[in-house]
Each structure stands twice: as C-alpha cells, then as structure tokens.
Design a binder for this molecule. Structure first.
Ligand code: 3SL
Length: 238
C-alpha cells in the first residue's frame, strides 16, 4: 500500500486516480458526515453547488430529506442545517438523506469522486478508516485534505498524519507530505484542541461561537463508522 498526502483538492493530481481516495475535512465537513451516518442518516449526498443541491433534493420526499449548507462557516439561507456535526442528532437524521454543500469539503469530494473507492475521514472516525485500509490494503491511497479555499489546513494535515502514522509499518511513503504529516500529528496528538484553536479555520469558527464544534471535532476515534461512496457524491455507512 503506497500512501500519498495532498493538502488541497487543487494540489491533487488530475492525470491519475488512486485505488482509494480518503477525503479529510476535520473542521467540519467530514466530521459532520461521519456523525450523520453514525446517527442513522440513510446517506449523505455532497454537492459543491447550492443550486444543484436544491434541484436534486426537490426530487426526494420532504420528510426524508435535510438540506445542510455552509459557506464561510455560516449556514446558508434556505437550508435546514449548517455544517455543525452537533446538529446531526439521531433524532433528526435517522432514515433521512442529508444533502450537503460546504465551502471546501464537498469540493474535495467532487475532485476524487471517480476513484474506485472513496472514503471520508475525520479525527472522530480515524481508527475505523485505519482498520479499513489495514484490512483492504488498496495499492495506492490518496489522503486528500480539503484545506481552505485552495490553501493548506493544519487540522486536515494532522488527521492525514494520524492515519498514515497508524499504518507506517505496512505502507510505502508516496510523497514527502506523508512524512511531514506524521511528524505534525506526533507533535500535537495530545493537544489537538489547542492546535485547532490556533489554526486559521479554528479561529474563524471560534469567532462564530463554534467552540463546542471544535471540541467535538478534536475527539479521537469515538465513532466506528466508515463513510464510503456508493455512487458519485453519495456516501453511506459501510
Ligand atoms: O470548508 C468546509 O467544507 C467546511 O467544513 C467549513 S466549516 O467548518 O463548516 O466552516
């Protein structure tokens, strides 16, 4: 298993695809996806574009759908939810499809949606994704950070390091970013919340009063769910 880390969708190669792509947006899209699926959502369908989300979700029965939209950390108008994982309670999401658009995470998913296997990972379901990779050992794996509007995100790089580090004895290093990500995670693994508070996106979320979200997103290995793409853009619990 050869692992590559790419920090943003923009840095991800366009002339090839891996056997398995793992999209990471710890703050907060992939944390929200894991939480919704763990809470019993039928699926999470990701869109980079709100208009498309609106038209596709119209085709779904009203009592079986939730629209979740975020830009710049804030809930989009016309949506039932923003992108807080804490809103995805089992009472709300059970049996429903979450139609989700976010600033970066859903764009990253779109970027690799043609890969034969697409998973999402966050700190909360890291071990479940590690176990999947350890068991399946896909030949080439890309860990794709969502970043922020084309730029690097500390928390996504750390989560990539957390995954790669746990597989270091059975993987081949694909690029230098893997080594850097492992080193980054080992520096912060016992102080992840501190790291999130210092990161630019963490600060943005704190300005929006999302301290509880930061705390939740910094929890490690608390959910045993592996979100996997079953058709382009549609993720279900494995
Ligand atoms: O960029 C994204 O996809 C979001 O996760 C950003 S936010 O945490 O909802 O602000």
């Amino acid at each position: 298993m050869k692992i590559f880390v790419y920090h943003t969708p923009e840095l991800t190669p366009t002339d090839s695809l891996p056997h398995c792509a793992v999209v990471i947006d710890v703050l907060r899209a992939t944390t929200t996806i894991a939480t919704a699926l763990h809470g019993g959502a039928e699926a999470v369908q990701a869109f980079s574009n709100m208009d498309l989300l609106r038209s596709e979700s119209e085709k779904w029965p009203e009592n079986k759908r939730l629209r979740a939209g975020e830009r710049g950390g804030k809930q989009l108008e016309g949506c039932d939810l923003g992108n807080s994982p804490l809103d995805c309670t089992p009472e709300l999401v059970k049996g429903k499809r979450l139609f989700l658009t976010t600033t970066n995470g859903t764009r990253a998913l779109e970027r690799v949606q043609s890969a034969p296997v697409v998973l999402t990972a966050a700190q909360i379901n890291r071990q479940a994704v590690v176990d999947y990779l350890r068991q399946k050992q896909p030949e080439v794996v890309w860990l794709v950070g969502s970043g922020w509007e084309g730029g690097y995100s500390l928390e996504d790089a750390a989560c990539a390091g957390a995954i790669a580090g746990a597989l270091s004895h059975i993987m081949e290093v694909g690029n230098d970013e893997v080594i850097a990500a492992i080193a980054l995670y080992s520096q912060w693994e016992n102080r992840l919340l501190d790291m999130f508070r210092q990161s630019t996106h963490g600060q943005r979320l704190l300005r929006l009063n999302c301290e509880a979200d930061l705390r939740f997103c910094a929890e490690t290995d608390i959910l045993e769910v592996v979100p996997i793409q079953k058709e382009p853009g549609v993720l279900v619990a494995l």
